[in-house]
Ligand binder design. Structure first.
Ligand code: HXC
Length: 525
């Protein structure tokens, strides 16, 4: 009897060794994706493999993989003989600087990273977990799109992902990295996420490729021109940033995650900071030039306010007349929206309104306080803007600011004219603390335009007109009329801006503001 037990124990030990060996072999095969040859060709294009990308993105040894052995169920077109483990996407979770994120990384070496029903199911599984557990989803896209052999099953799979993108919107941050082809309806999953990052020269996004474009419209265009990183960061604004290569893109996403809360149930992380909050910046006293028509760089103000001068800019290459991005004050994340006098005098137009509105809505959804730095001569006039609907697009920013219930602190550095004064997080849109520098000018419009309208009868008399302009400036080219009415809470010294703004946000940390109940609003689109 005792001998039998020993014997069966030995057998068991032997079997276990085999089982472990098999597991190890199966894992090894799954890790090879589409095989060494295809991996080599991926690397030859300057791209990392799906697994290398995950390794770089996550903290060392933190990746927990799911569904490594999932295979597709397709039996058409000889697919039953081609069942690579993992089905072209690596999924799971891990940490970035110790904070949890869910991740999927499409493997182009496996059937071109194409999306089958099971491939989609793997992505949906981690999206569901991310929503339940409150952690961001980062998708690394490198795919030939819907798996052609699977037909409608594959389209259905995409639909399931889209629906989850919609449900996760405003619940957990969603980040899309485009690191290879992304074509057809496949672009609509990234389009519904919060941020899209592309890699220069190796990634593209379009609804229909150059061949279809040629057939339908007779236009001849390369894939790069149609949907490369430059097109989408500079022209279409579909993407938020473009990076030189996979490594840089991944490093920047790690940096971004550090600014964000893991979900709408949590506050953004507080980082240790080593920068005196009362730091005085005397150079800010002379940032605004004497000549009101001379531009200056608003980025200088942002970096001089921010902890350690660190500004993470979003959409840096699009609508340069407005700046959007994240800074930290006393270690806490703050979203910044700032008119940029260096570009088109900081005017609001369709592109800048859309860019800023989306950013404001992201901040509000994820409890990130908003700092608005204002130097705006108004909305850009003209038929181009009106025909393209500047009224509705401008209203997006107005609406976004007005519906945002996060702490809102505003500083007017120079011009705040007309409708743009109201739009840019004015007191009237329930901003909490509104500051102005002594150089602020808050009026319906500039002196010249105003004089031409209200003193039309004197237009032939240059002296009288000059006097009217001087009178107008005397009355309005200052922050005190607004301050007298309480529209500006305090006129502050430029040099002490960092301290005043940090203290304002500190006082607002427990802010609670509720809006009337509704199913959802109807923001102008
Ligand atoms: C199945 C695919 C595939 C796909 C690529 N492959 N795309 N397999 N379904 N959609 C396979 C190829 O057969 C090949 O297999 C391998 O992936 C690599 O592809 P190559 O063509 O050799 O690579 P490359 O020259 O780099 O070209 C990449 C590509 C091209 C531009 C993405 O493969 C391509 O045009 N694919 C089809 C794209 C497409 O039309 N997809 C459908 C879009 S519509 P082997 O075995 O040779 O390695 C869509 C609808 C979504 O996605 C709708 C959502 C609602």
């Amino acid at each position: 009897m005792a001998q039998d037990t020993r014997h069966s124990g030995a057998q068991k030990g032997h079997a276990m060794k085999d089982i472990l060996q098999e597991l190890s072999e199966r894992r090894g095969a799954a890790r090879l994706g589409g095989g060494q040859k295809r991996l080599d060709s991926q690397l030859a294009k300057g791209k990392l493999s799906a697994r290398e990308r995950i390794e770089l993105l996550l903290d060392e040894e933190s990746f927990e993989e799911y569904d490594m052995f999932v295979t597709h169920r397709c039996t058409d077109f000889g697919m039953e003989n081609q069942k690579p483990a993992g089905d072209g996407v690596v999924t799971g979770w891990g940490t970035i600087n110790g904070r949890m994120v869910y991740v999927y990384s499409q493997d182009f070496t496996v059937l071109g990273g194409s999306v089958s029903a099971t491939h989609a199911k793997k992505i949906c599984k981690i999206m569901d977990m991310a929503m339940q557990n409150g952690a961001p989803v980062i998708g690394m896209n490198d795919s030939g799109g819907a798996r052609i052999q699977e037909g409608v099953d594959s389209l259905g799979g995409y639909g399931e992902i889209f629906q989850r993108n919609i449900m996760a919107s405003g619940v957990v941050p969603q980040i899309s990295m485009i690191m290879g082809p992304c074509a057809g309806g496949a672009v609509y999953s990234p389009a519904m996420t919060d941020f899209i990052f592309m890699v220069k020269d190796t990634s593209y996004m379009f609804v229909t490729g150059p061949d279809v474009v040629k057939t339908v419209t007779n236009e001849q265009v390369t894939a790069e021109e149609l949907g490369g990183a430059s097109t989408h960061t500079k022209k279409s604004s579909v993407a938020d940033a473009a990076f030189e290569n996979d490594v840089e893109a991944i490093a920047e996403v790690r940096r971004l995650i550090d600014f964000l809360p893991l979900s709408n149930r949590q506050k953004p992380p507080v980082r240790p900071f080593f920068d005196d909050v009362a730091r005085v910046e005397t150079s800010l006293d002379t940032l605004v030039p004497d000549n009101p028509n001379q531009p200056y760089d608003m980025k200088e103000l942002i970096t001089k306010i921010a902890d350690e001068g660190d500004f993470y800019e979003i959409q840096a290459d699009f609508a340069g007349n407005i700046l959007t991005g994240f800074i930290r004050l006393e270690g806490q994340t703050v979203g910044v929206v700032a008119n940029q006098p260096l570009v088109l005098a900081g005017v609001l137009d369709i592109d800048s309104s859309r860019k800023a509105a989306r950013f404001v809505r992201f901040c509000d959804a994820f409890e990130i306080p908003i700092l608005s730095l204002v130097d705006v001569p108004g909305f850009l006039p003209g038929t181009t803007q009106e025909y393209r609907g500047v009224i509705k697009h401008g209203a997006k920013l107005l609406f976004a600011y007005g519906e945002a219930t996060v702490p809102k602190v505003t500083l007017i550095t120079r011009k705040a004219y007309g409708g743009a004064y109201v739009v840019m997080a004015s007191k009237h849109l329930q901003a909490d603390v509104n500051y102005a520098w002594p150089t602020a000018e808050i009026a319906v419009m500039g002196a010249k335009g105003a004089t031409e309208i209200i003193h039309r009868a004197d237009m032939a008399d240059a002296d009288k007109i000059a006097q009217h302009e001087a009178d107008y400036n005397e009355r309005f080219a200052n922050p005190f009329v607004a301050a007298e009415r309480g529209f500006v809470d305090e006129v502050i010294q430029p040099r002490s801006t960092r301290k005043r703004i940090s203290r304002a946000f500190a006082a607002l940390r427990s802010k609670k503001q509720t809006m009337p109940w509704k199913k959802h609003n109807n923001i102008p689109l």
